[in-house]
Design a protein around this ligand. Structure first.
Ligand SMILES: Nc1ncnc2c1ncn2[C@@H]1O[C@H](COP(=O)(O)OP(=O)(O)OP(=O)(O)O)[C@@H](O)[C@H]1O
Length: 357
């Protein structure tokens, strides 16, 4: 169980909150604006070093000059040192066991998080970026070196783009390296898609009883039937005109098809949410099967789009995996809670233990 105690000071509407977490289900119930998402966001910040919303946002509580978040992990893992994230104005500091952390990448190792929130819950019908990010998250969790490969590719891409803008008509010094780095990302993604296919079908069939065929298809981000190096060479002058590299794994896409048709076009919103959950379950199962530490799962608005049977099934699957979950909802009656779960009521940024009414 990774999270034992979470402490929040001066984050959005929360002045001070200390939450002693349960090993499995931690429900946060309260009215709109009570502060439920803020608790989940605190965990997201501690696990990833960034907010789950894009764009500028006032995270420091109005009237304060800094926020401070800390999480004490459980000694079951032999680890009970605190992860601390402190933001003072524009300056951010992160510490683990009293030691200063230089990069937010270090947090990914300390507190693995899978977060489901309004920005990514509809990733199947969202943008190619959303789907690629979801796929990459799972690959990184199973193959840590993938993070280095991604960073290396992004560096090379930025270097080639800068070169295209300056002297794009001469011999391309980055083409060879970028092609190699790009092909490597594509190999990881192809293998992962092949691996997840079976799990996805299993969960979908179990939930829906449907015999419809769910298929994942990976688009590499460059023209079919060609090597990435060839595409880079062929596109050199047109890329130089626009000043950026048009093709590559940064444009990859994952397509979800149901009986040969796009899932986004053929499924209802609730079915899309269910399919998205099935994909996440397949990823979590893959992490478990690899013998790796499962992430803490954060679910904002747990009940959204799901019918009662769907909510119960989603809970049961997460139970079977044995993950620790923090889930939020506005109405206790709509949440599939069990007596042994930790349940909290939140009102105006304050926490109350006990069964929400
Ligand atoms: N910097 C800030 N200082 C103080 N309060 C803030 C700040 N930023 C946001 N808030 C307030 O914090 C409150 C909590 O928002 P949060 O998103 O956590 O609510 P929630 O319980 O998840 O609500 P919902 O059910 O609507 O999603 C909101 O009322 C918001 O106006």
């Amino acid at each position: 169980m990774p999270v034992a105690v979470l402490e929040i000071r001066n984050l959005r509407c929360i002045e001070h909150m200390q939450l002693a977490a349960g090993p499995r289900w931690n429900w946060l119930v309260g009215a709109n604006g009570a502060g439920k998402s803020t608790v989940l966001e605190a965990l997201h910040l501690l696990g990833l070093g960034q907010s789950w919303r894009r764009g500028p946002r006032q995270l420091i509580r109005d009237g304060s000059s800094c926020f401070l978040l800390s999480v004490l992990r459980n000694e079951d893992l032999g680890l009970n040192d605190r992860i601390v994230l402190e933001q003072n104005g524009g300056e951010r500091q992160m510490r683990f066991a009293g030691e200063h952390l230089r990069s937010q990448w270090a947090l990914l190792e300390l507190l693995p998080i899978q977060a489901i929130h309004s920005g990514n819950s509809e990733f199947i019908a969202g943008s190619a970026d959303d789907r690629r990010r979801q796929l990459d998250w799972g690959i990184y969790r199973r193959h840590r070196e993938y993070g280095d490969h991604l960073r290396q590719y992004r560096r090379l891409l930025a270097q080639r783009n800068a070169w295209l803008r300056s002297q794009g008509h001469k011999e391309d010094p980055w083409e060879h390296l970028l092609a190699g780095a790009g092909e490597l990302l594509h190999e990881y993604r192809s293998r992962e898609i092949a691996y997840l296919q079976e799990g996805l079908c299993h969960f979908w069939k179990e939930r829906t009883g449907s015999t419809s065929e769910i298929r994942l298809h990976l688009q590499s981000g460059w023209r079919d039937g060609m090597r990435f190096a060839e595409v880079l060479r062929e596109d050199r002058s047109s890329d130089a005109e626009t000043g950026f590299t048009r093709s590559g794994p940064h444009r990859a896409n994952v397509l979800f098809r149901v009986d040969g048709r796009s899932a986004a076009d053929s499924l209802s919103r609730g079915q899309l949410r269910t399919l998205g959950n099935c994909f996440r379950l397949a990823q979590l199962q893959a992490i478990k099967d690899s013998g790796l530490e499962l992430p803490v799962v954060l679910i904002d608005d747990f009940a959204a789009e799901l019918d009662p049977a769907g909510r119960l099934w989603w809970r049961q699957q997460l139970d079977a995996l044995g993950v620790q979950v923090f889930a939020a909802g506005t109405e206790a009656a709509a949440l599939p809670m069990n007596a042994e779960d930790c349940q909290w009521t939140i009102q105006a940024g304050q926490l109350r233990e006990g069964k929400p009414s």
